[in-house]
Design a binder for this molecule. Structure first.
Ligand code: SDX
Length: 428
């Protein structure tokens, strides 16, 4: 295999090194392109063909529907691991032994109280505020109460910021829900597991003992693992580029939360349930919505379908679909929305529009069915996605800083007006 790529422009030939990853992916290193060609750049809207970095965290193969975190398959991790150990794996590169995991959890527990003044910021929001906007604001605001979290020039300082946000973020998630529900803000307990503590904070009531349901704990733990990282997706790329200016970890994460909010990205899990509820209200007429999704004049899209990278089944969607059946069955819940979703999937996978474009269900298509069954409100679904993605964002931000990557600053091709003289307003 050639080690070089050659490019011929205006009769001149240029050579660029070819880089090969550990899973045999190939990339053309064009870092010398502009200098060697006297100013020529590449153009790739949406970065569909452009790698932003070399990363050792997550590998995915969209054609084969493969997803690995640090070399471990998503299927094995979802089946055998717990969320906190997957978080440790993503961030530090290896599965922790018991001592490492216990210390990691203890360090997080010691950081799981949020400054009381943060409640004043939360108070300023209307109950109707979308939880993602609240969460992004509170996450950014944490910097004001933890100013040392910005200066992470040492791995020790970075570790302190990491356990701080892993301890405080679940509190912000819980407070975001409880603000929306008009419930008192609370804490869980350091005697609980990480995911158990999240559930206790989210759902405990001031006047009764909260009883954890192991089915619910396991379901949420699995969902958080499945959302934990996904290489250079939109929100992760946002976290990396924000952090590349040496902005602090918390504000870089807040920028990722904002990017994730969009319905084309993490916001799709909310949009899927709203779509399925609309279809249910409309008499379950899936064919009408399939036609809308295929109509170029209609802005409607089949939410939860399609993916920039997966041109085969999203392996997470397969796991979530199976888990949805089991969890609803274990909880004794009959949800017609799940049947509508399965009907849509069946129709789409038999329809040439979707088959030709390789549009399959993605991670967001079935996840909302489980969130509903766990009693999570629809506009909190993307907040749960953010909770799952937190360790992935942290891992990617840490890798970018440890690799001392340069500040992210893409170029452009200018297509505006060329130079022209100023005309005084009287003469315009
Ligand atoms: C996530 O990148 C990641 O890894 C993201 C994520 C993660 O874990 O971080 O996996 C999480 O964001 C999953 C995706 C959630 N979004 C949705 O479910 C929203 C619906 N899907 C789409 O809008 C779309 O599929 C995207 C945004 C996911 C991908 O868009 P692309 O790669 O830019 O593809 P495209 O818009 O160019 O679509 C290609 C063709 C077009 O038709 P043609 O112009 O070729 O005729 O497929 C069509 C599109 O119109 N198409 C759809 C469709 N998705 C694509 N048509 C109908 N319904 C859809 N859902």
């Amino acid at each position: 295999m050639s080690e070089k790529a050659t490019l011929g422009i205006n009769g001149k030939t240029y050579e660029f090194p070819i880089v090969k990853g550990t899973e045999d992916e190939l990339g053309i290193d064009i870092s010398s392109l502009r200098n060697s060609t006297g100013g020529i750049i590449t153009l790739d809207p949406g970065f569909k063909n452009t790698g932003s970095c070399e990363s050792a965290i997550t590998f995915l193969d969209g054609e084969k529907g493969i997803l690995h975190y640090r070399g471990y398959s998503i299927e094995e991790l979802a089946e055998k691991a717990e969320f906190l150990e997957v978080a440790y794996l993503l961030i530090f590169g290896e599965l922790p032994n018991k001592e490492q995991l216990d210390k990691f959890h203890d360090d997080i527990k010691h950081q799981s109280v949020v400054d009381e003044d943060v409640k004043k910021i939360l108070d300023a929001f209307p109950k109707s505020a979308h939880p993602m906007g609240v969460l992004s604001s509170l996450t950014s605001a944490l910097t004001a109460f933890n100013p040392s979290s910005v200066d992470v020039r040492s791995e020790e300082a970075m570790y302190k910021s990491i356990v701080k946000i892993l301890g405080k973020f679940p509190v912000l998630v819980s407070w975001t829900l409880r603000k929306k529900m008009g419930q008192p803000l609370n804490y869980g307990s350091t005697s609980l597991g990480y995911v158990e503590n999240v559930l206790q904070m989210m759902f405990s009531q001031p006047n009764e003992e909260y009883v954890l349901n192991p089915i619910v704990v396991e379901a949420l733990d699995k969902l958080l693992i499945l959302h934990a990282d996904h290489e250079q997706n939109c929100s992760t790329s946002t976290v990396r580029i924000a952090g590349s200016s040496h902005a602090g970890l918390f504000v870089s994460l807040a920028s990722g939360i904002s990017a994730l909010w969009g319905p084309l990205h993490g916001g799709a899990n909310q949009a899927v349930i709203e779509m399925l509820e609309a279809i249910q209200k409309d008499g379950g007429d899936t064919k009408k919505y399939m036609a809308k999704a295929k109509d170029k004049e209609d802005p409607f899209r089949l939410m939860g379908f399609g993916h920039r990278v997966y041109k085969n089944f999203d392996p997470r969607a397969k796991i979530i679909k199976k888990a949805a059946d089991a969890i609803l069955n274990d909880l004794g819940i009959e949800d017609p929305i799940l049947d509508i979703a399965k009907g849509l999937e069946k129709e789409a996978l038999e329809d040439s529009y979707f088959v030709d474009r390789k549009l399959y269900p993605n991670v967001d298509f079935y996840s909302g069915v489980i969130y509903r069954a766990l009693g999570i409100p629809t506009d909190m679904f993307t907040v749960m996605f953010a909770l799952g993605r937190l360790p992935g964002w942290i891992a990617q931000w840490r890798e970018m800083r440890l690799n001392k990557e340069p500040i992210g600053r893409p170029r452009q091709i200018y297509i505006g007006k060329t130079l022209r003289p100023f005309i005084p307003v009287e003469e315009r």
